[in-house]
Design a protein. Structure first.
Length: 485
């Protein structure tokens, strides 16, 4: 409904009705959105999911118990697709609609998550609300059109360097929302505690429980007396893709950490699901292995061949503890990839060259062999050397790369390389044995909003097989100005 078409009488009645939902977020959600109304986006929806109703009712009960002096800390650990972003939007709209000069802040684990999911979802529900004309949505702020400076909720990235942005949240009514709370730094949590010293403060945390340490985990453990908590299994929710969830269970196993975290909303048994810790990668970036320490080692080239339009073909050259070259390409056909690999072989003279042989990579290998080059094909899904420890060759290669990074590897400061190395998650269980290491599939990483780990795969491929040192081998000394492409 356009603001100019609303009569003063209707506006007055609307404001009075919505004011009555000060202590009733569920009633607000049922009132302001066109649930079940024909011709609307919610035509086929009858209202919130069961877990959402229970959460909104719990908030109602807290406020009604002490309307002038409530403090709410609420944490939800869940699987994927349960409607966290929707309920986050409802809470913002409810608080902004019922609390004059409300001050709120929303953050997420990454800027991409905040901008493309959490904050974007608010824009969708804002347009559906009967009182949406009261507010304006921008890329960073959601505010009352008549009081933009004092009545707002802000979307703020959670970097530790930006922690002061969370320190000044003090007003008559405060709202703090964390999305994907497991990955939000402890320092941000500590600063947010300051806002909770004010009366009428609400702190809501949502996320997949990806880490067995940190402040989000403590909400369910040592701090459980201060937080109301719940765990939501994706399979119990209306909007989840039950077929996909069943496939995950079949693939990873019901009691795998992947299923525990991504479906059941349970914390992992093995600690963090991040396979290569961020600090390990950062130390490898800062490390400088001198030429004298690696020049006598054999050079290994590996190529991860792109399969999809948004993926990259990546060629890596590693000599001992040092990554001496990295080249990235987009939208090359198999002949063009083969040409680039051949150029690198002639320039660098490696002891061995590994090329991804799955899918389109087979054509690259065929062409290189036709040209007379000796190539070893990499099949990440093949059996590992250590079948008792690893689910497949991919897990084994990545584990060797992780050990190399931890024990002295030297890599360039490249944002895409760093992101690909730290993005992969892992678990230990599968349907046949409960102890073999298995990495998250690339397709599942993309469903989490991450890119395919092309750079990480290429580095891992350099560890496909051990290459014996050759002290007589020609050595490649890169230009001192080497910068990854």
């Amino acid at each position: 409904m356009a603001a100019q078409s609303i009569s003063p009488q209707f506006e007055e009645e609307l404001a009075e009705a919505i004011a009555g939902f000060y202590d009733d977020p569920l009633g607000f959600v049922l009132f302001v959105f066109p649930w079940g109304e024909k011709g609307t986006e919610l035509e086929k929806h009858d209202g919130p999911d069961k877990w959402q109703v229970e959460m909104l009712e719990a908030i109602r009960d807290d406020i009604q118990a002490d309307p002038d002096n409530y403090t709410i800390r609420d944490a939800t650990a869940s699987g994927h697709g349960i409607g966290k972003s929707a309920v986050t939007s409802w809470l913002i709209l409810w608080a902004m609609s019922t609390r004059p000069n409300m001050s709120g802040v929303v953050t997420a684990n990454t800027t991409n998550q905040l901008n493309t999911k959490t904050w974007r979802e608010l824009a969708i529900w804002w347009k559906r609300a009967i009182n949406g004309h009261w507010f304006k949505w921008t890329a960073t702020r959601f505010f009352h059109v008549e009081h933009p400076e004092t009545w707002f909720t802000a979307a703020i990235p959670n970097t530790e360097q930006n922690s002061e942005a969370f320190a000044g949240l003090h007003s008559e009514h405060n709202l703090i929302i964390y999305d994907e709370a497991s990955a939000i730094p402890d320092k941000i949590w500590e600063v947010s505690e300051g806002a909770m010293t004010d009366p009428r403060a609400i702190w809501m945390c949502f996320g997949n429980p990806t880490r067995n340490t940190g402040r989000f985990r403590e909400c369910f453990a040592t701090d459980a007396h201060r937080w109301r908590t719940r765990k939501v299994d994706s399979r119990t929710c209306k909007m989840t893709n039950k077929k996909e969830l069943s496939e995950w269970v079949d693939t990873y196993g019901e009691d795998s950490d992947f299923v525990r975290v991504r479906i059941r909303g349970e914390f992992p048994r093995a600690g963090s699901m991040q396979f290569i810790p961020s600090d390990v990668v950062d130390m490898a970036i800062a490390r400088e292995v001198q030429f004298e320490a690696h020049y006598h080692m054999p050079i290994v080239i590996a190529c991860d061949v792109a399969r999809y339009g948004d993926d990259k073909t990546v060629i890596m050259a590693r000599q001992g503890r040092k990554l001496i070259g990295m080249w990235k390409y987009r939208e090359l056909n198999t002949m063009e990839v083969a040409r680039e690999v051949a150029v690198k072989i002639r320039e660098i003279r490696p002891a061995v060259t590994f090329v991804d042989e799955v899918g389109v990579g087979a054509g690259v290998i065929d062409r290189l062999r036709q040209l007379g080059y000796t190539i070893i094909g990499v099949n990440a899904g093949s059996k590992p050397d250590d079948e008792e420890t690893y689910y497949n060759k991919r897990a084994e290669m990545w584990d060797r790369a992780r050990k190399w990074l931890r024990e002295g590897g030297d890599i360039p400061n490249d944002n895409e390389l760093r992101a690909s190395l730290i993005g992969v998650e892992y678990g230990y269980s599968d349907n046949r044995t409960g102890e073999r290491l298995r990495l998250e599939r690339k397709a599942d990483m993309k469903k989490r909003g991450l890119d395919s780990p092309d750079e990480g795969d290429a580095l891992a491929y350099t560890f496909y097989h051990e290459v014996a040192p050759n002290f007589d081998a020609n050595s490649f000394e890169p230009d001192e100005s080497f910068e990854p492409e």
